[in-house]
Design a protein around this ligand. Sequence first.
Ligand code: CP
Length: 312
Amino acid sequence: MKALSVDHLLGIKQLTEADVQLIFETADHFKEVINRPIKKVPSLRDITIANLFFENSTRTKLSFELAEKRLSADILNFSAAQSSVKKGETLVDTVNNILAMKVDIVVMRHPNPGAAQFLSKRVKACIINAGDGTHEHPSQALLDAYSLREKMGDLRGKKVAIVGDIRHSRVALSNIFALKLLGAEVKLCAPKSLLPKYSSALDVSVETDLMKTLKWCDAANMLRVQNERMDVSYFPTTREYALQYGLTMDKLKQLRKDIIILHPGPINRGVEVTTEVADSEYAIILDQVENGVAIRMAIIYLLASKLNNNIT
Ligand code: CP
């Protein structure tokens, strides 16, 4: 059986193209499984997984939980807000106490960049990064690339724009790594204030004009404006941002070509995209969510098969 080159999923940065292709092949199989009347396989009957969420989540948390259930794993759900973290317990102590209950895999979302990597070096468990601050969100990038591949075929040579609040986005960095690994061309489009300082080190092109970007691309990933990570104003007003960087049906129609629209969610309707765009045939936002379950089943299955357990 083919295996991943890594023992944890900390970021796309650590993956090879063969790893990504293996995750996609495995997700193809699980996508077929979750569309059957009986959506469950017994593969991970002997595996216990803890989902540790130190930050809010709807899609990622539910998608990992459903993926684990579809694989027949046992699950512990941990929410920092209702835990002894509130009494001052450290991350490592918290996780080691959970692992003492014989947990094999930890899925963790944390506000601090590098938290998943930090944990992987200090505890004896497989760690899956479900988003670490503004750093990486690898499962999101894998489901985004998988959803694009489903619509466009091989991504080699395809032009993908990442638009919006790139500075505060973990989705952007993971998407850049994943798309480039698969041979796509990537352009970042944002006001200068929302571009990260390290953009020039990423081997991607940068544009501040949305219409020029849309004319160039085959697909655009419209990122959320992350107001909760902003301590100062990065643009004059939300209305002005929406006018310059918000995607409307009028802008799409001016292109005279069809492009694919992605959004990782949650959407600020009327800011990054209008309701008409979000709910249009251009958008594959709910396909991304559907594919998220198959991709996360594949990630968990492949990492679990590297543990010393009986995977059936
Ligand atoms: N895309 C994403 O990470 O959404 P959630 O924050 O709801 O998990």
